[in-house]
Design a protein around this ligand. Structure first.
Ligand code: NAD
Length: 288
């Protein structure tokens, strides 16, 4: 069992990520009690039945004022509404974090809602997930050996960041810190762009009715490349809206790259093609 311990954690949004964090904390005995809230009664009931949480929040204001840590694990688009709901009931010392895939929009909403941000507000993002959603898909080991990025703000109390980092470490994650803008740029490149390419490739191929048949001939490469095209459409819609500018910049960079490759193929430019493939292979081999 981990040495880290908090008395009461309130998780708002009991889906894949919220449910996994609840399970991870409970199985490692890191918390006295995990209380769950979700706008879906079914997810709450299921969370309780599956033992993911100890209790369902019947009255959100009461639970907010009783919590030591509040984790917002709702879709990116719903973060603002939930911040609005919790703000009047927050105690000064309660840590508040989130797990959203984009950070700039959250911080903007928080500044609007709080005015001066509390020192205990630390945005976060676990770089772990799956193409599944809902509490049923939650996994106590989801964060083991995965990175979690915290994006503390100038107002954030360094002790609050330290405390939250210890919690993520207790569930097996490696914690990194970054500023909000850098987070959104990095994630646009390493997560958002590949998901959008996978969606776009499968959509382009599937657009023609007769093309559905060609999937029968697709092998491992296609499967590996397109696994993430099975991700939740609404979640990706929200991410595109929330991180629009950084995503557009990455799409433009990628388009320029593909145009360079197209040109090399068209010209029969072996040096150009081999240059691209060799550099990419070396970078990918290094990555493992
Ligand atoms: P999910 O769909 O599995 O769960 C989201 C839950 O939030 C649902 O149970 C839904 O009922 C609930 N919800 C929606 N609006 C709400 C509201 N206003 N109040 C209370 N509950 C509400 O989604 P998920 O995959 O767990 O994603 C949650 C967050 O984690 C998102 O912000 C997402 O960007 C982020 N994230 C996801 C992944 C991933 O791979 N799935 C990885 C890292 C971060």
């Amino acid at each position: 069992a981990s040495q880290y311990r908090l008395e009461r954690v309130l998780i708002i949004g009991l889906g894949l990520i919220g449910g996994s964090l609840a399970k991870a904390l409970k199985t490692r005995s890191c918390v006295g009690e995990v209380v769950g809230a979700d706008r879906s009664q079914d997810e709450c009931r299921l969370g309780l039945q599956l033992g993911v949480i100890d209790r369902v929040a019947e009255d959100l204001p009461t639970e907010v004022s009783a919590a030591d840590l509040i984790v917002l694990a709702v879709p990116v688009k719903a973060m603002e509404t939930v911040l609005e709901q919790i703000r009047p009931h927050l105690r000064l010392q309660t840590l508040v974090t989130d797990v959203g895939s984009t950070k700039g929009n959250l911080v903007q909403a928080a500044r609007r809602i709080f005015g001066h941000l509390p020192g205990t507000f630390i945005p976060g993002h676990p770089i772990a997930g799956a193409e599944k959603s809902g509490v049923r898909a939650s996994d106590a080991d989801l964060f083991e050996h995965h990175k979690v990025i915290l994006t503390p703000l100038p107002e954030t109390d360094p002790n609050a960041t330290l405390e939250l980092a210890r919690l993520w470490q207790a569930v097996g994650a490696e914690v990194l810190q970054m500023d909000v803008g850098r987070h959104d740029e990095v994630l646009a490149a390493t997560s958002h762009l590949p998901h959008l390419l996978a969606f776009s490739l499968v959509d382009t191929l599937a657009r023609e009715e007769e093309n559905l048949d060609i999937f029968r001939y697709a092998a491992g490469g296609f499967r590996d490349f397109t696994r993430i095209a099975a991700s939740d459409p609404t979640m990706w819609h929200d991410i595109c809206i929330a991180n629009r500018d950084a995503i557009l910049a990455q799409i433009d960079r990628y388009t320029a790259g593909v145009t360079r490759l197209r040109g090399a193929i068209e010209q029969g430019d072996s040096e150009g093609m081999l240059g691209i493939f060799t550099r990419a292979k070396a970078a990918r081999d290094h990555f493992t």
